[in-house]
Design a protein around this ligand. Structure first.
Ligand code: SF4
Ligand code: SF4
Length: 430
């Protein structure tokens, strides 16, 4: 990475702490991502983007603001990116995937709170995240209670707009959510000084739909057996999709897909893990959280699909493009985001059905359920997922963990036992 110290200093980062963070990332990236054999050439772009995660992309955001644009940070897949784009904003997903300044965060938050929320506040308090420091506005949502209450604290440090997300999907909920989408429009217009017009919103819908279509194309290629891309590389792309420029990312994902189709047709697969094929389901895995996929894929299996917010839940549904006017487009956006099947919803039958569908479509041998400790929605919903998979006689392994590396040995033993069991074809539930 070139010398960006002056830029980081201007953003108010703690340079010593930030240098410490940057020292940790390259060896981790080497171990989890670069060490894989026979990766597609198209992954070079994503390796480059990651190598410049705090450099070039931040410079782009700084330049964007200097030319009058705004930067908006999000934490969840429920925040409509289209609206941010339509006011000339750049949308960045704030990662929170590593243990940072945990003790400092625990001065504000209880110890028994999920690692993702503590990490998010840790990054803010330690002043090591150039993304959050580049934001004109943060947009939260009332998904789980932990996040909802956390945003009140974060709002004391930086402006947060919190969207009221209903937890059912009836008509009254839809009306509320459509109103919330309009409330966000008003806040974005106020911050940016720009009115959302029909042409800009139509264009934004198209741009974000194209990104989703490219990610869906990539997801489709993960059905190949032998595989043409690893689960870790697919996860990395999904993680980068939250913060990279959407038009450029779409181009690069499509170029990678062209290469993967050639590989498939030429019988070229990735090195290492081929079978069993695992569906990873549960909590999101933000950068640089590659712990569980790395354990799975270095134990001889393949993560064939991820049923999580850093996986197919992020891009599965498109916004309906047929709406004739601005109000119709806003409703279409609201309706698309309300389809997301996060575990905070009740009942959440769509998620169970989708998991069964993925098991069939991706020829899945076993499901590994990834739950962050203290995440009520996902830890509790695991029971129903397990029940559903028992009916279909699909092996299920429940892993509850956090961001530390202390349980690596124990997790590896459990994953290896599952893989061995699947390989010897002895269906049971762990
Ligand atoms: S798991 Fe739910 S709350 Fe968390 S990012 Fe996804 S949609 Fe949002
Ligand atoms: S992982 Fe669970 S507890 Fe943590 S923010 Fe997401 S939904 Fe909330």
């Amino acid at each position: 990475m070139s010398d960006y110290h002056a830029m980081w200093e201007k953003l108010g980062l703690d340079l010593a702490a930030h240098d410490g963070l940057l020292e940790v990332l390259p060896p981790l990236y080497q171990d989890c991502i670069l060490s894989q054999e026979n990766r597609p050439e198209g992954m070079q772009y994503f390796d480059f983007v990651f190598s410049e995660v705090h450099g070039l992309r931040i410079k782009e955001l700084v330049d964007h603001r200097a030319s009058g644009g705004i930067v908006v940070g999000t934490f969840c897949t429920y925040v409509p990116e289209e609206l941010i784009l339509a006011v000339g904003g750049a949308c960045v997903g704030l990662c929170a995937g590593a243990q940072v300044a945990e003790e400092a965060a625990e001065q504000y938050l209880p110890r028994n709170l999920c690692a993702l929320i503590k990490s998010s506040l840790g990054f803010k308090l330690a002043k090591v995240c150039p993304y959050i420091e580049s934001c004109d506005l943060l947009v939260g949502e009332t998904t789980c209670d932990g996040k909802k209450k956390y945003y009140e604290i974060l709002n004391q440090l930086q402006p947060v707009h919190t969207m009221e997300l209903p937890q059912r999907k009836d008509e009254a909920d839809r009306r509320l959510w459509r109103e919330e989408v309009r409330r966000l429009v008003a806040r974005l217009e106020e911050i940016s000084g720009r009115k959302i017009d029909e042409a800009a919103l139509r264009d934004a819908i198209r741009v974000i739909n194209e990104k989703r279509k490219a990610l869906l194309r990539l997801a489709g290629l993960r059905k190949c057996d032998p595989p043409v891309i690893s689960g870790r590389d697919a996860l990395l792309i999904n993680q980068i999709a939250f913060y990279d420029d959407p038009v450029r990312l779409t181009e690069k994902v499509n170029a990678l897909c062209d290469e993967l189709e050639e590989r498939r047709d030429g019988g070229i697969s990735i090195g290492g893990a081929h079978r069993p094929r695992i569906l990873l389901s549960g909590c999101p895995m933000a950068i640089p959280n590659w712990k569980v996929p790395t354990i799975i894929e270095t134990s001889g299996a393949l993560v064939a699909m991820d049923e999580m917010c850093t996986g197919i839940r992020y891009f599965r549904h498109l916004v309906e493009e047929g709406a004739g006017d601005l109000e119709g487009m806003l409703d279409a956006i609201a309706d698309r985001y309300l389809k997301i099947d996060c575990a905070v919803f009740t009942p959440n039958r769509e998620r169970l059905d989708h998991i069964s569908e993925l098991v069939r479509d991706y020829d899945i041998d076993a499901v590994i359920y990834y739950a962050l400790q203290f995440c009520d929605p996902y830890t509790v919903e695991a029971f129903q997922v397990q029940q559903e998979l028992e009916k279909e006689r699909v092996p299920f392994l429940y892993l509850e963990t956090d961001y530390s590396s202390e349980d690596m040995g124990q997790l590896t033993t459990r994953v290896q036992a599952l893989i061995e069991m699947v390989e010897t074809q002895k269906p049971s539930v762990f």
